[in-house]
Design a binder for this molecule. Sequence first.
Ligand code: AHR
Length: 612
Amino acid sequence: MNTNTLRAITLAVLFFTATALAAAQPVELRLDARKPGAPVQPTMYGLFFEDINHAADGGLYAELVKNRSFDFPQPLAGWAAFGNVSVTRERPPFPRNPAHVILAPAGHPHKYTGIENEGFTGIGLRVDDDYRLTLWAKTLENNAPATLRVELVSAAGDIIGRQDIAITADAWTKYTAIIRPAITDPRGRLRLTLASPAGVAIDHVSLFPVDTYKGRENGLRRDLAELLAATRPGILRFPGGCIVEGADLATRYNWKNSVGDVENRPLNENRWHYTFPHRLFPHYFQSLGLGFYEFFLLAEDIGAEPLPVVSCGLACQFQNDDPAAHAPLDALDEYIQDLLDLVEFANGDTTTTWGALRARMGHPTPFKLKHVAIGNEQWGDEYVLRLAPFVAALRARHPDVKIIGSSGPSADGAYFDHLWPEMRRLRVDLVDEHYYKDPDWFLSSATRYDAYDRRGPAVFAGEYACHLPGQPNNFRAALCEAAFMTGLERNADIVHMATYAPLLAHVDAWQWRPDMIWFDNLRAAPSPSYHVQRLYSINKGTRVVPLLAPDGKPATGVANPATGTANIYASAVLDEPARAYIVKIVHTSADARPLPLPSNLPNRVRSRHPTG
Ligand code: AHR
């Protein structure tokens, strides 16, 4: 290959003291350019999305109002009410979210009726940005016109934006107001006050920044979506994670509830509100406003293959020992049909039932779905027996769609050892492996896939992150992940996808850490792990190239002779369109080590560091 460029990516802690360098021995790595190996799949590095840590509601989904449809179990959760406020479910505008609110006169000329929303740990407002308030309303008795005063209120209680909306129709009607706050406040509030002698009925009160990702009305937070796009992911896995399974089947993620008009997508609980007793978030629900249509759209926008995960009829096995909690084997038809309908929603033409819904929602052209995962962290024969009919049905109807099965919740152990041969027997295309482990595991597992059975199925490293007990994200964890990923890359013939998890976390409302990107109501902070993921992803190349340590073996912890510490991990790929070799070298300890670029490489060298 006539390459003329080398890009060296060094993720290293280097301490350049003259004496240390003089004492330390250089590490010679040799790149065998004559032997380009397996292709690197375009799906190799991707994103795992789950609504955990307020990743969707209160996070990526740009809606700023909590409990906008008044359908939380306590209908005014998230709202403070004053004056004459009542909740009713009679004659609802949106039958699947039936609760709505009546604002009636307070009964005294100097008293007021209204409701005030606290947002998700406040409402983030930016001076000079426009915010779109929408609500559904109708007049009450005798169709007397009413006026609703809409105000943005600062954390200090000042009114920083105001609009009056005239409610004139006695049928449910959508009203819109654009409001611009006078100051920036990360913890603002939204207040609606009745400003007329006549009352109103209201529902689905929503506030979005106008400036969402791609400018969509039911859109995503632009800063967060842009960070996702900047990783140039090959795959987007959604909607999780454990929320796929549900703490019980009734609350599993039912994708059909997440499409169609947002007002009529039924609220679901979010199991992360009660999973960890030391971090309870009783107001954590799933509005499903960021639903499957929006996930497919996001995947398309950021250039990733969509990878939906569906329920296999098992509720979360961690939380349900009782076999009766799961769908019986002879009652799986509904779940299998959900999967077939999902493929139709994504790929069917506009004459099909679900393809027509996709078109009505704004996307007549298919989303070209090529992969589905069936079940999340399932285990045991109860999983194998359920997966089999899913595989048979999908193969019969959509043989081109690749199937991903589970290897259980851990990277090893009895469940794992049982499931891998079963996945092979069921001939799934990829097996999803999950590992949340400590630094030693990540470093020693840089060789994990070197000896894997090459007969397939391929591997999807579907959830992983280096955990330092009791510590949030840090640079050491990211270095260990980077070292481990040299092993993913070297084994790209069988590792076809990898997604770090979890993806997003609100600093004031998280349940799980570390996470890839942290955010508050106005700002986003990508972690060192984000930068590692991004570096690998934007430099994934097209073909693996052998990169050898002085002993002629892959560099999977080359020891520093001065200290005995194994600290150099490296891998290389060829990027054929760019005519470039890309070398990743990870230095995982504080020992000083000169790192000359591979000695047998061409002349022009560009070096790129994590921030570059
Ligand atoms: O990523 C957080 C959780 O970890 C996922 O929901 C689950 O699949 C795993 O146990």
